[in-house]
Design a protein around this ligand. Structure first.
Ligand code: FUB
Length: 323
């Protein structure tokens, strides 16, 4: 498969987290809706209210919609906006991690549980203790440990925190200061809480210096994803206002990571967001764009395309507009 394929045509869907569970691909996307809320830098127009799960036996095969698996009205602590989620499996249970604003309009990360990868998922009574910001991604390392990567600027509220504490007035650092990092934390054994204080995920440039806040072409903005290739840890993310998917490589789940390059050049639409998964010996990039909605940035559609590495393990850049 070389040409990108749109996956879902009955709903608008975005932010795909793809995993292989029990030999099938399961996709955990956001479910975009027409909310009528005007577009702004806070992302208020992304007013999503439920999640659907999709599965496929083969990358070219039929895509099954498992229906509404978690609804905002069933989450006890809910305010608004169900954004990018992810799912992890441990001891036969499936844990769906999702960002949602609480009743004070602060993003927290919640957990919902199922016996099946396709849900439905039952939410916990309260968000994860000490959680903040958006876009949780949960990575299982080969020793069975699970790590959560999270964070997102602007509407994702990451600029309101330093060292895991809320600050009085949220702001981004000056251009010549260190960029705000994504966060990483090992999960507790029961998968329901952080097992440690979240740490800064530092991305270094070619000289070993942390990327600067003004380096909008390379610094982290949102959409964390982690995968492992030939023993190395590949952290990938969106650069937000420069609309790229980039990646950095490290030797362990915490980093530091060294910036490597662009995975996907800008697509149609403001946001870009993805996951990377190996299936039947090939690697795939799941992502989204706004072509089917004629460019409406809040109505996105899932796609998948094969992703390749060169002999040195560098990801070969995919052209977002040319797929
Ligand atoms: O879907 C809402 C937000 O848009 C996600 O959380 C971000 O990553 C961006 O894709």
């Amino acid at each position: 498969m070389k040409k990108a394929r749109y996956l879902v045509d009955n709903l608008y869907t975005a932010d795909p987290a793809a995993h292989v569970f029990n030999g099938k691909i399961y996709i955990y996307p956001s479910h975009d809706v027409e909310s009528g809320i005007p577009e702004n830098d806070n992302g208020d127009h992304f007013d999503m209210r439920d999640y659907h799960v999709f599965s496929m036996d083969d990358i070219d095969g039929e895509v099954t919609d498992h229906g509404n698996v978690l609804d905002v009205k069933d989450i006890p602590w809910a305010g608004r906006q169900l954004w990018d989620s992810d799912c992890a499996c441990k001891n036969g249970k499936y844990y769906l991690y999702f960002p949602l604003k609480d009743q004070t309009d602060i993003f927290r990360i919640g957990v919902a549980i199922s016996d099946k990868p396709e849900g439905p998922f039952v939410p916990q009574e309260a968000p994860m203790k000490g959680s903040y910001s958006i876009d949780p991604c949960v990575f299982e390392d080969e020793d069975g440990s699970h790590y959560m990567y999270f964070g997102g600027l602007w509407g994702g509220q990451l600029q309101r925190y330093r060292d895991n504490k809320a600050i009085e007035c949220g702001h981004e650092p000056a251009d010549d200061e260190k960029a705000l990092p994504a966060r990483v934390a090992k999960l507790s054994d029961d998968m329901l809480e952080f097992g440690e204080e979240p740490k800064a995920l530092v991305i270094l440039d070619e000289n070993g210096e942390p990327l600067k806040a003004g380096d909008h072409d390379r610094r982290f903005f949102e959409a964390s994803w982690m995968h492992k290739y030939k023993g190395k840890y590949y952290f990938s993310y969106s650069t937000g206002n420069t609309h790229k998917l980039c990646y950095a490589v490290g030797d362990n789940p915490y980093g530091p990571f060294t910036y490597q390059g662009v995975i996907l050049t800008p697509v149609v639409g403001w946001t870009t967001h993805h996951s990377i998964v190996e299936f039947k010996g090939k690697w795939y990039l799941f992502h989204h764009d706004c072509v089917p909605s004629n460019g409406k940035t809040w109505l996105r559609s899932l796609k998948v395309v094969e992703m390749e590495y060169d002999a040195e393990g560098k990801i070969i850049t995919i052209e977002g507009m040319a797929e």
